[in-house]
Design a protein around this ligand. Sequence first.
Ligand SMILES: CCCCC/C=C\C/C=C\CCCCCCCC(=O)SCCNC(=O)CCNC(=O)[C@H](O)C(C)(C)COP(=O)(O)OP(=O)(O)OC[C@H]1O[C@@H](n2cnc3c(N)ncnc32)[C@H](O)[C@@H]1OP(=O)(O)O
Ligand SMILES: CCCCCCCCCCCCCCCCCC(=O)OC[C@@H](O)COP(=O)(O)O
Length: 392
Amino acid sequence: MGILQVLKTQLLCHLIICYVFLVSGFIINLLQICTLPLWPINKQLARKINCRLGYSISSQLVALLEWWSGTECTLYTAPESYKLYGKENAIVVLNHNFEIDFMTGWTFCERFGVLGSSKVLAKKELSFVPVIGWMWYFLEIVFCKRQWEEDRKTVVQSLRNLRDYPENFWFLLHCEGTRFTEKKHKISMEVAEKKGLPKLKYHLLPRTKGFCVTVQNLRGTVTAVYDSTLNFRNNEMPTLLGVLNGKKYHADLYVRRIPLDTIPEDESECAAWLHKLYQEKDEFQEHYRQTGRFPGAITSPPHRPWALLNWLFWVCLLVYPLCMLLLQLLLSGSTFTVVCTSVFCLAVSVGMRWMIGQTEIDKGSNYGRDANKQQLKDCHPPGQQDHAIVRS
Ligand SMILES: CCCCC/C=C\C/C=C\CCCCCCCC(=O)SCCNC(=O)CCNC(=O)[C@H](O)C(C)(C)COP(=O)(O)OP(=O)(O)OC[C@H]1O[C@@H](n2cnc3c(N)ncnc32)[C@H](O)[C@@H]1OP(=O)(O)O
Ligand SMILES: CCCCCCCCCCCCCCCCCC(=O)OC[C@@H](O)COP(=O)(O)O
């Protein structure tokens, strides 16, 4: 193991990275709040500014994945589709198996220049996560409680707001609605059986309402669906902590571009279309398992320097004052100040660990663990968490 690799596993490095992320994040959140008076005056300008500010936060996680961990991201796609990526609005339908699939998705967004404006149908709980969740509020991310009766109105309204968005965007949909675990898979296949739908081996049964309503409300705004299937080589199960420790992973993403006007307008036909899409996605995963690759031509969209430059900017800006502050504290000789600072640092570390926990599948929600919604609301007792599938 090289010296740099050892350095990447050191707690001090992690604390500095987290400090830069948190402090820069809070500064950017504050700047986002400052754009509020601009919204009624010039909405499109406010949106553009927020895209740049949002980029400055999310690109830090991209830099962590690309430059710190050195994770390789390979794209399998048709060359004629490749030319259009980043130049049109699209709905991205992605499988939901990995703890860092959001970072991998962001990395592809960065490579095609749509990171600042990328959107997602996200669970409401994520809107409360400091920095990222607060940033999303200003980026007009669509949140849902995963209770359709309550979501219908807000989701439709949020989607309609995107019709005049001034930047090209990709709208991410994890139609499975939750991350893959063995238990959730078993239950969703029972639902599939009851509904007379073919079983899926690598995916949960897709929830169709979000997809249909998105297609319905973004027709005319979005030109294509990017059917995206993600996998990691050698059965890697990547984690954010692994990335923070500098572990290199190998992501393979297969993208098929499907023109939006080929998707049925009728809701039940649209739902059937989505079920068929997931059967095809399952076949692609089977192909990957058998051959170690997806169909289609391989490309490695080039790295852009901006994510790294943005990160270095924040490191330069924030690490020097931190060092000066710590030095002053030590020189002050006040036990009280030193104890207070230590407690503060500990609280921040616990907060960061909680944020990282939001990405962990073992700490995931109960959604989809039972076909009966009432039962879903009950928390299961500790020690009964199900585990993400370990692919042999
Ligand atoms: C190219 C690279 C990628 C580019 C990336 C681009 C952009 C990146 C941007 C941001 C990155 C950040 C990423 C953050 C990720 C965060 C993602 C999430 O938060 S995922 C969770 C939230 N999202 C979703 O849930 C979306 C999918 N869900 C839906 O669409 C749902 O329909 C819904 C709109 C949320 C509503 O859900 P609800 O449960 O209320 O209703 P449903 O109708 O869906 O469910 C009832 C229906 O389902 C049947 N049922 C019951 N149990 C199950 C089960 N276990 N499995 C499957 N189906 C089940 C039930 O019988 C009902 O059926 P029916 O409708 O026939 O009555
Ligand atoms: C350079 C920066 C380094 C900082 C390191 C620490 C950063 C901490 C960042 C926390 C990021 C929080 C955003 C989490 C996004 C997680 C997306 C996700 O995968 O959500 C899960 C839901 O889809 C489904 O939930 P479940 O029903 O499976 O439960």
